[in-house]
Design a protein around this ligand. Structure first.
Ligand SMILES: Cc1ncc(COP(=O)(O)O)c(C=O)c1O
Length: 375
């Protein structure tokens, strides 16, 4: 089985991540911030170190404003529900994931800006969607379906101009594209720890620029200010209710260090190169349709004509691919794949050109045998 589902999670991790997870689980599993014993303080230090590492990657000047959570979904919900609690309007895009669309749908006051057929959203359209009561723009840095990268630099300028909060969903790009918050100055950065950052499953986080303007959704024991009835308003305690998964957070820190040791420019070059190689092979095949753009991240979406994406995936069973709608139903409408879904191959740092070639060969054989003309 060749693993090509890195957009879902990077199933293969660097050795340092496995080792750290094992070492912390065996030797350093005391509850962080629950006492002054050495082991508890050791766990606190693991979280502080992970904050520093994540801050270095994103060029964030206040590491204490990074909270760790179990995935990007929790981070996105924490920022959306904690900012728009009075029902204010939000702007997002059709490319965004259900982890954005569903909390917004629950609040009921948002505009999803359309994308073109390649999944690109014009910043101009985002600006046009802003209303007098818009409080927040939420944008996925890159599509998890077809890999198209959005122009977040321009969106950031628009948010500043209109004094609207900006959240960047970096689930698909953290550890792959350069994200320099000294330039972007986002109000929130939500990230998955278990995808491009190479951390274990169950890791992610949220950077909050102005914690006092965020209402914590989850409240509870933080090990700090226990005598007061309200949730402490200092970061990260404000968003760290309950026992933290310090072994996973320490291992995530190692994953981020691995990413920084290679550099996002090199990681992007590698993954985009593999995607470009697969894409150009598929584009030249009869009976195969490819979606997205050549200059995306390392994700390629395609279909064999006349087949449902699930059928195609079933025939390509030597590869871990993903069929269906990828929790992004509106993105599929934009790409024109709302009836069939699409097959997604997403490359990671441990994939090779041979993997791309083997998949291209298998798609060729399958399309030759099973593709049907689309009416
Ligand atoms: C664009 C995007 N946002 C959010 C998420 C949710 O990430 P997580 O699985 O870390 O909750 C995903 C997951 O695939 C995603 O692709």
């Amino acid at each position: 089985m060749i693993y090509l589902d890195n957009a879902a999670t990077s199933a293969i991790k660097p050795e340092t991540v496995y080792k750290t997870l094992d070492r912390y689980t065996r030797l350093h599993s005391a509850n962080a911030g629950r006492g002054t014993n050495d082991e508890s303080l050791f766990s606190v230090n693991a979280i502080l170190e992970a904050q520093d590492t994540a801050a270095e990657l994103f060029n964030i000047s206040h590491p204490q404003n990074i909270a760790f959570m179990q995935n990007a979904t929790y981070a996105l919900n924490a920022a959306i529900l904690g900012t728009l609690s009075n029902g204010e309007h939000a702007v997002t895009t059709v490319i965004d994931h259900n982890s954005v669309l569903r909390p917004l749908n629950r609040l009921g006051n948002f505009t999803a800006v359309p994308a073109d057929k390649e999944g690109f959203v014009s910043p101009y359209e985002i600006e046009r969607a802003i209303r007098h009561d818009t409080k927040m723009i939420i944008i996925s840095h890159a599509s998890n379906v077809c890999g198209t990268v959005q122009n977040i630099e321009s969106v950031s300028k628009i948010a500043k101009l209109h004094k609207i909060k900006l959240m960047i969903d970096t689930a698909q790009t953290a550890g792959i594209l350069k994200i320099d918050n000294a330039v972007l100055d986002a109000d929130f950065i939500a990230f998955s720890g278990h995808k491009g950052l190479m951390g274990p499953l169950g890791t992610g986080g949220l950077y909050v620029k102005t914690p006092k303007e965020l209402e914590p959704v989850i409240t509870g024991g933080t090990g700090s200010s226990s005598e007061i009835p309200e949730q402490p308003r200092v970061m990260p305690d404000m968003l760290h209710s309950g026992t933290m998964n310090t072994p996973a957070i320490a291992a995530l820190s190692e994953g981020i260090k691995f990413v920084m040791s290679i550099g996002t420019d090199e990681i992007l070059r590698h993954e985009r190169g593999l995607a470009a190689a697969l894409r150009s092979e598929l584009m030249n095949m009869e009976g195969v349709t490819v979606y997205g753009r050549q200059d995306g991240i390392g994700t390629v979406a395609f279909n064999i004509d006349g087949l449902d994406s699930a059928e195609t995936c079933g025939m390509l069973k030597d590869f871990a691919l993903r069929a269906g709608y990828h929790c992004a139903p509106l993105a599929h409408k934009a790409l024109g794949t709302e009836k069939t879904g699409a097959v997604r191959a997403s490359f990671g740092i441990f994939n090779t050109y041979e993997h791309a070639q083997l998949l291209a060969d298998a798609v060729y054989r399958t399309a030759k045998k099973f593709s049907k003309p689309i009416d």
